[in-house]
Design a protein around this ligand. Structure first.
Ligand code: ATP
Ligand code: MG
Length: 722
């Protein structure tokens, strides 16, 4: 059998890992050393050489993007597709198991997934019902608590409720669970926990999957948390081989319960684990790799790895100190435009990475202004936009009338005369009778005289609308169904009426949703036992943003450092490297958390293949406040010799210089920063946007508060700092 295509593209250490005899293996290696490549080749090796069938494989990773890439690679190496191979994320695979075995899991067949915003609303509603004071018990905190408990595998009854504090938390958790149950919804954490419990309680099912999944492969193992580890241990039975790859230096989910110690624990739980190491980096230039190595060397408690490259030295790392966040975005966008236009780089080869989601907006605006297509992963994802969630809530309610979160969202959107008082009455009835909001509303409408006539009529009309939509659209395909819903519910008209500039955007988003539905129907593989609507809704909740507009278009990629894990780009802009932002101010006091931030910086730097550009802003407006930033310690921790500081300041020379310029040093010269506020005698105050040329010919563009943007000849403009 010719397996040279599996072996040839590997170095000796990688080859050893791919061709290792059956048994457990752990590949522990640094960024860009080919761990993911080894994992995919190993999967193909198992089928082609060890006689496994694709059906025997379970391959797990952390993001949908990574999972899709992994599936593609394995299928390509196997020369087949749609092979019954299970490749996915922990959440996606759990969802699949629950859909297949909803009865064993104790779920309604049409259960829906609650994303984190829906979850927050539900927690809030539960707290209101229990009369828990939101000021003392912030909703987010309780939401976080519930998720953390679930991630640790704990139900309310497992909690110690000795003191009033824990008692209160457990009370909300209990009520939240029962609200989820009556609505037939599961949150993200529940997907995992419910799957684990289902397997534990149904040994025949467990046995079936254990026999099936003879080979379990896990990428990015360093980021598994307690429940994920449990999940793996369950599914990988005594007969299974487990092949895991990971890098302790890239463990960045400690804040969400991930335990890098799982790497160690794995070696104890799975005896005879073969440990393999890869040391050659194939991704980055030596400059980038050296910067990454130097940075991460500051962390203590490392398992210790070497990483070297044969790659060329490449260009130095560019560092730009921006005046403010606008100037930072301008720099990034201008640079990337130059790369695209002058060097013919594809836009998708360029990534802008940042620490927190809120940073994306400025970049988005700058890209929009220049009409550069871009795509944001994570953050306010397409499926999380209000108008999209409204539209989806109609579909959810059509699929499952008991989905109270969906009902609450749209019962009065668009406004149809169902006020807070009516809603309160529905909530109360639902609580008393322990039924869903839909069932309670139905009861209220049927019992004459409980609600005032007007309210009862509006409510009846709403219930009929939903039932009618469900009946009318049952035979339509998904896109037409959505179209019907948008029209008949009045949602499209409602969104279009909005007076803000955003109305047009929102309408376009709704159209995009129809496009998404259409392409989903054509391209997606729909799991056994699921109807298209349910599958689409699950896709919207789970894939958040990855089925978004223009996925196929050549787009600049924007994402947080967390979502960039495992990916690589020829050019990476690492933005917002300021103390307080990155490392995050919450983490600087605690050594453990600071080290996690440093690992995050390591992840960021090692995403870059050829060019790395780092920026920070001396002043930043974030969350509505002006902050003054100094360069992040992570910049100072890089070898200075590898960094090339970009000059930000430009000088404007006065008119005297025009005449030959040997004036006795009385040439008035002013330095302005882009983004700086200046004052003009006639136009008033404004912000420096741009400049071109130099010396007497320099022109400067200022965006004046009163009169808008203007180009001025700098020498005559007599600008002063404001
Ligand atoms: P990360 O830790 O960031 O997830 P990784 O260890 O998974 O990185 P890969 O993504 O598998 O690394 O590989 C990094 C890059 O190096 C990829 O572009 C991959 O195709 C390439 N590569 C890996 N091994 C080799 C090899 N033996 N020859 C040539 N290129 C290789
Ligand atoms: Mg990888």
């Amino acid at each position: 059998m010719d397996v040279s295509d599996l072996i040839d593209p590997l170095n000796p250490a990688q080859r050893e890992a791919v061709t290792a005899p059956l048994g457990h293996a752990l590949v522990l290696a640094g960024a860009g050393s080919g761990k993911t490549r080894v994992l995919t080749h190993r999967a193909a090796w198992l089928v082609r050489v060890e006689g496994a069938t694709p059906w025997n494989l379970l391959a797990v990773t952390f993001t949908n993007k990574a999972a899709a890439e992994m599936r593609g690679r394995i299928e390509q190496l196997l020369g087949l597709s749609g092979s019954g191979m299970w490749v996915g994320t922990f959440h996606g695979l759990s969802h699949r198991l629950l859909r297949l075995h909803w009865q064993e899991a104790g779920l309604p067949q049409g259960f829906q997934i609650l994303d984190s915003e829906d979850q927050r609303r539900l927690v809030k509603r539960v707290m209101r019902d229990l009369e828990v004071d939101e000021n003392r018990w912030p909703v987010r905190q309780l939401q976080g608590f519930i998720n953390a408990r679930k991630d640790a595998g704990e139900r309310p009854e497992d909690l110690d409720t000795g003191d009033p504090y824990s008692g209160q938390m457990a009370r909300v958790y209990t009520a939240y669970e029962s609200a989820c149950r009556s609505a037939g919804v599961v949150d993200f954490a529940e997907l995992m926990l419910r799957t684990v419990e289902m397997l534990q309680n149904h040994l025949e099912l467990l046995g079936h999957y254990r026999r099936r999944f003879r080979h379990v492969l896990v990428d990015e193992f360093q980021d598994t948390n307690g429940i994920q580890y449990e999940w793996l241990k369950l599914l990988a039975g005594p007969e299974s081989d487990v092949f895991i790859v990971g890098d302790d230096d890239q463990s960045i989910y400690g804040w969400r319960g991930a335990r890098v110690e799982n790497l160690q624990r794995f070696r104890e739980d799975y005896s005879n684990t073969r440990v393999l190491r890869l040391e050659q980096n194939y991704r980055s230039t030596s400059t980038i790799l050296e910067a990454a190595n130097t940075l991460i060397a500051r962390n203590s408690d490392r398992l210790g790895k070497k990483l070297w490259t044969e790659g060329e030295q490449g260009e130095p790392i560019a560092l730009y100190a921006a005046f403010n966040e606008q100037d930072e975005a301008r720099f990034v966008v201008e640079r990337l435009m130059a790369m695209v236009e002058e060097y013919g780089l594809a836009r998708r080869d360029i990534a802008i990475l940042y620490r927190s989601n809120a940073q994306s907006r400025t970049f988005e605006e700058a890209l929009l202004a220049r009409r550069i297509p871009y795509r944001v992963y994570g953050g306010l994802r397409f499926f999380e936009r209000a108008e999209i969630k409204d539209a989806l809530a109609y579909l959810r309610l059509i699929a499952n009338r008991d989905d109270s979160a969906a009902l609450e969202r749209i019962i009065n959107t668009p406004t149809r005369g169902i006020g807070n008082r009516t809603l309160e009455a529905i909530r109360l009835a639902a609580r008393d009778q322990d039924v869903s909001l839909w069932a309670a509303a139905r009861g209220l409408v049927e019992n004459r005289g409980v609600l005032p006539a007007r309210a009862a009529n509006s409510l009846r009309a709403f219930l009929e609308l939903i039932d009618g939509l469900a009946a009318e659209s049952a035979d339509l395909d998904l896109a037409d169904r959505l179209e019907t819903v948008l029209e008949r519910s009045g949602l499209r008209g409602h969104v279009g009426k909005d007076r803000s500039e955003r109305a047009q955007d929102k309408l376009e988003n709704l159209d995009e949703l129809i496009t998404a539905a259409r392409s989903f129907e054509q391209d997606a593989t729909i799991e056994e036992g699921m109807d298209t609507l349910t599958a689409f809704l699950a896709h919207a909740a789970l894939e958040a943003g990855e089925g978004q507009a223009g996925a196929w278009e050549d787009c600049v990629q924007l994402m947080t450092l967390h979502s960039a894990k495992g990916l690589e780009f020829p050019v990476v802009f690492l933005a917002g490297l300021e103390e307080g932002l990155f490392p995050h101010r919450m983490s600087v006091e605690e050594p453990g958390r600071l080290e996690e931030e440093r690992r995050l910086a390591y992840v960021g730097i090692t995403r870059a293949r050829q060019r790395l550009l780092i920026t920070y802003a001396e002043r930043r407006r974030l969350h509505g406040r002006d902050e003054f930033g100094i360069a992040s310690r992570f910049i100072r921790e890089l070898p200075p010799g590898l960094i090339d500081e970009v000059r930000a300041r430009f000088s404007v020379t006065g008119p005297d210089a025009a005449g030959g310029g040997l004036g006795d040093g009385v040439i008035p010269e002013a330095e302005f920063n882009l983004g700086e506020r200046v004052q003009h005698s006639r136009f008033g105050e404004g912000v420096v946007l741009d400049c071109e040329g130099s010396g007497p010919n320099a022109r400067i563009q200022v965006n004046f508060d009163e009169v808008g943007a203007k180009w001025l000849v700098a020498a005559y403009a007599n600008l002063e700092r404001a």
